[in-house]
Design a protein around this ligand. Structure first.
Ligand SMILES: [Zn+2]
Length: 340
């Protein structure tokens, strides 16, 4: 059986903004703490944090290419590198959106969002080309999808999605409304009782899964591993984010999957890990995402170690720790002594 994998998310702005030497410091600290795989963010909000010829390169990194240095230094320290791409967020500096503003995902009120519409073939081709560029030009061991989903339960109601869904089913999705209608007491359950609701949630799932299938084929062809961050609350994320990640594992599309199980509760972490293992069914590795410092968790050194041991004891194959920037020397020293 493969060893328990210790993986970590790193961020260009906070972790190595001070030039190539700052990458070396980060890599040495992580190698010393026993990490196996680095998951550096390389595309955020549509901007590239590597020298892309497709997406706009973030001006802070115009002079040097962080991904080149991370791969070099990571490999030298015995670490694997998976490039982490925020797939569908495409903000105002996005080359894709600047070329065609109609590719933005829209809310039910017709407001454009800073994400691209996953139902657009042009969008999916563009995002795939980003991954292909990385796999072809950098010696990465894998690629890692973040934000591989819809941004809200309130998208996408762009003219393209509305007309295509209506063509296929006879219903304009605006008539169904927001998915979260269930939680609005005044309209409790109304939206989920709409006759076309079942088709609508499955239609959204299909847009995302189609992209994962194409990316998986491209990664397999290049013998590059594919992994990604997913919602911990499966299967509800099927409805809310159009993300059916257990289906991806059943289809053999992924090498590992990383539910973001960010919680201070050891009890919830254990229960979630059991649930996730049941969904993954051994079809790929399960790395539980632990929020050392996230929007809904903050873990002391002791709690972090306890969570890692719990994930291992439940039978998962690794952890992803989020994020690097807030790990203290004390955290790293404790991780280095951990025997997983
Ligand atoms: Zn759309």
């Amino acid at each position: 059986m493969a060893a328990f994998q210790m993986t970590i998310t790193t961020h260009p702005n906070s972790d190595h903004a001070d030039g190539p030497d700052s990458v070396g410091v980060m890599v040495d600290r992580l190698a010393g703490a026993g990490f196996d795989i680095l998951l550096p963010h390389v595309k955020i909000g549509g901007e590239a944090f590597y020298h892309s010829h497709i997406a706009k390169v973030h001006p802070q990194f115009a002079e040097w290419d962080p991904l080149t240095v991370i791969v070099q230094k990571g490999r030298a320290a015995g670490l694997q590198v998976y490039a982490q791409v925020c797939v569908f967020p495409e903000g105002e500096n996005s080359a894709l959106i600047q070329s065609d503003a109609s590719l933005r995902a829209m809310t039910i009120d017709g407001e454009p969002t800073p994400w691209a519409c996953p139902a657009s073939e042009k969008v999916r081709q563009y995002e795939l080309s980003i991954f292909e560029e990385i796999m072809d030009n950098y010696d990465v061991n894998g690629v890692y999808m973040d934000y591989i989903r819809y941004n809200l339960d309130n998208v996408c109601f762009c003219p393209r999605c509305r007309s295509r869904f209506k063509e296929e089913t006879g219903t304009d999705p605006v008539e169904i409304g927001r998915f979260s209608g269930f939680d609005e007491s005044a309209q409790r359950g109304r939206n989920r009782k709409h006759p076309a609701w079942v088709q609508w949630i499955e239609w959204r799932v299909a847009q995302i899964t189609t992209f994962v299938e194409a990316l998986s084929a491209a990664a397999r062809k290049r013998e590059c591993a594919l992994s990604g961050a997913v919602f911990m609350d499966y299967p509800e994320c099927i409805v809310n984010q159009g993300q059916d990640w257990a289906e991806w594992t059943e289809k053999g599309l992924l090498d590992s999957v990383v539910p973001m199980t960010y919680t201070n509760s050891l009890l919830m972490l254990k229960k979630r890990t059991k649930t996730h293992l049941a969904h993954v069914k051994g079809n790929c590795a399960l790395w539980e995402g632990l929020g050392q410092n996230s929007s809904r968790s903050n873990l002391s050194t002791e709690a972090l170690i306890e969570q890692i041991e719990a994930v291992r004891d439940e039978g998962a194959q690794g952890v992803m720790i989020f994020p690097y920037s807030t790990l203290t020397d004390e955290d790293l020293a404790a991780l280095g002594k951990l025997n997983v």
